[in-house]
Design a protein around this ligand. Sequence first.
Ligand code: SAH
Ligand code: SF4
Ligand code: F3S
Length: 444
Amino acid sequence: MLKKYFIKTYGCQMNVYDSHRMAKLLENEGYEKTDCQQDADIVLFNTCHIREKAAEKLFSDLGRALIIKNEREEKKLDTIIGVTGCVVQAEDGEILKRAPYVDFALGPLTYHKLPEVLHDILQKKKEHIVDSSFPVESKFDFLPQNEACGGCSFLAVQEGCNNFCTYCVVPYTRGVEYSRPVEDVIKEAKRLVETGTLEINLLGQNVNSYHGEDENGKERNLAYLLYKMAEIDGLKRLRYTTSYPADMTDELIACHKNIDILMPYLHLPVQSGSNKILKLMNRRHTREAYIEIVQKLKKANPKLEMSSDFIVGFPGETDEDFEQTLTLVEKIGYIQAFSFKYSKRPGTPAATMENQVAEKVKKERLDILQKRLFEMQTAFNLSCEGKVFEVLFEQTGRHKGQLIGRTPYMQNVHAQAQIDVLGQIRKVKILSSTTNSLEGKVVL
Ligand code: SAH
Ligand code: SF4
Ligand code: F3S
């Protein structure tokens, strides 16, 4: 019987991509996927350190994993428990101290060593393995070819971040910015399309500062990469995420006019509408500059809609500063957004700043902001009723015969459709809507 693996993924799309690559590594080693942790011979937690809650979740899940490991031991079954991702980079020692039964921990830049590490553990050569180095080699050169696992695929083109926003752990967990060479990206993209992908989302923590080398060693930017991607036969949809406002060049904005497969939806985190707070956050953009970028983007493609991330209750944020965030939201009009209470992260400059905001105030502000953002999202979804959208179907729904797909605007659409429509694009007429999803009927 094949050995089984179980992966739980926390955090951002980069982690989803990494988990997909690790799954392939394990399958090459003869493991088979399971969604049931009790059945797994190897359990992997691919972790996130962005907010306190995300990191704490790992330790409660590890506690549960130990119980399952002990239950399996009674049935004479071995279980290997591994932790990967950003928590490893941030607190590798802490993991083994709090959960000494963890067999190995690999950082986000060293997971290509997974087969080697497993081998050492299975041969009982080493008891615990921790590797959270920032290696000189790129993991991408050591990973097996990527393959699609559906109609939509992520493709990491850039890793790390040099921006050092004062609240953020990413520069410490993923290291300095690194861009993959253009040829590597195109090769992986072609392979994804050949294996069934219709939509590719190019990923990077600061993807619009991409600066990979072409085959002649010349540095190329994201706009160049997008034009190259658009030449790939069979690719129907293109996205990139996440972008940093100060790196939205005019050349990149022009892509939204010139590339028809580039979807009319852009996630462009602003974090706050107050220039004072943006400065304290070490963001290299002002409120005014952000508004101007969005105006240029909408001029390039009038159908373009925006999403964003917001942090409320950053140290020093007054009622007036928060009001500025609310007025910016009104000015831009987001169709989706993620908003968070500021969370103190050890080792980041903001954690020791004066004027930390009380939890109660953070909560009040988050409630106000989210209420308005949800209203906007609901209104946009409502405006879609009666319209026809191209929907890329990605998974089966809860009800019989139901599939779930996405519009160009990333809205979830539920529709009755044959199973062979999975991984395909169909025209769907939207019949009804809620805040979080649309219901439609396949018309073509
Ligand atoms: N690289 C991306 C996303 C980084 S993490 C970017 O720069 O936009 C995703 C989001 O988490 C951020 O945009 C931010 O809104 C939020 N975030 C990061 N650190 C946080 C913290 N310490 N507390 C609360 N939210 C945080
Ligand atoms: Fe974090 Fe800022 Fe880099 Fe985004 S741009 S990953 S928020 S440091
Ligand atoms: Fe979390 Fe690491 Fe992504 S900290 S948000 S998983 S880069």
